[in-house]
Design a protein around this ligand. Structure first.
Ligand SMILES: C[S@@+](CC[C@H](N)C(=O)[O-])C[C@H]1O[C@@H](n2cnc3c(N)ncnc32)[C@H](O)[C@@H]1O
Length: 252
């Protein structure tokens, strides 16, 4: 049975007090860090006159980080527990130009052509809704999970997010869909890299906080974890191959 996102992310925020736990890992990039690149792009397309929409803001830490580059950011999420954490971080950081709001990305509660810029950082990407609420000439930026992300791990578990869809290119599918909706894609790129977890405890903590297996259970899945660790053990820990896609598009 698939666990709804709201339930999964509420559970994560309640357990860890924010998005994800405090697992330790290091990343190895063959080219550039896609998250860092996405952030740079977001800042490049931002300015102090723009109103932005952040879809699936989770605990809001990344929203607050870029807020100073915009006039305002409206940040939505479906998980009330994540938003509770986001508002706590907002109060601590005394940021006044971000509005966190509980809303479903599939039914965006905003006026047509309202936003100068819309982005999703590993959140939902409801293209039809985005098309309605973005201004003409507005920018859409997204970083999302690629089809080959954690493939070897999912093969050991014989389940997981996007299991078996290894050959359906996320980059190609998404850019085709955006073009059909009147966007011009400025940038679409796949990024492959590895994360290294120092030990099983940190790897297990990571798996508890991400939706690779929304039904992950440390006890029930112990055999799978150990079998994966056996297979992907490297000198300094446990290797996990990652795949991200970054997209930048303009609404014509
Ligand atoms: C991987 S997290 C996003 C992380 C966040 N953007 C960041 O930069 O740290 C995905 C988020 O999308 C939210 N989400 C999932 N489905 C949603 C929906 N239909 N509407 C709004 N938010 C949704 C989840 O609750 C979760 O907080």
């Amino acid at each position: 049975m698939d666990i709804p996102d709201r339930q999964f992310y509420d559970k994560v925020a309640t357990k860890f007090g924010s998005y994800k736990g405090k697992e330790r890992y290091t990343s190895r990039f063959s080219n550039r860090d896609p998250e860092e690149f996405f952030l740079k792009q977001l800042i490049e397309y931002a300015n102090k006159n723009k109103v932005a929409l952040d879809i699936g803001c989770a605990d809001g830490r990344s929203t607050l980080k870029v807020s100073k580059y915009f006039r305002q950011i409206l940040a939505i999420d479906i998980s009330s527990q994540m938003l509770k954490a986001a508002k706590r971080f907002q109060t601590e950081q005394k940021v006044s130009n971000v509005v966190f709001q509980e809303a479903d990305a599939e039914k965006l509660p905003f006026q047509d052509k309202y936003f100068d810029l819309i982005y999703s950082r590993r959140g939902p990407s409801p293209y039809a809704e985005i098309t309605s609420v973005i201004k003409q000439g507005g920018y859409y930026l997204e970083i999302c999970i690629g089809e080959k992300d954690a493939k070897e791990l999912k093969e050991v578990f014989v389940r997981g997010q996007g299991f078996g869809e290894w050959d359906i290119s996320v980059a190609e599918t998404k850019s085709n869909n955006l073009k059909k909706l009147g966007f011009k894609t400025i940038f679409v790129h796949d990024y492959f890299y590895s994360d290294i977890y120092p030990d099983v405890e940190n790897f297990d903590l990571f798996l508890q906080g991400v939706p690779i297996f929304k039904d992950f259970d440390s006890e029930k899945d112990k055999e799978f974890v150990l079998s994966y660790v056996q297979k992907m053990k490297v000198a300094n820990g446990i290797k996990l191959k990652r795949h991200r896609v970054v997209i930048v598009a303009e609404k014509l």
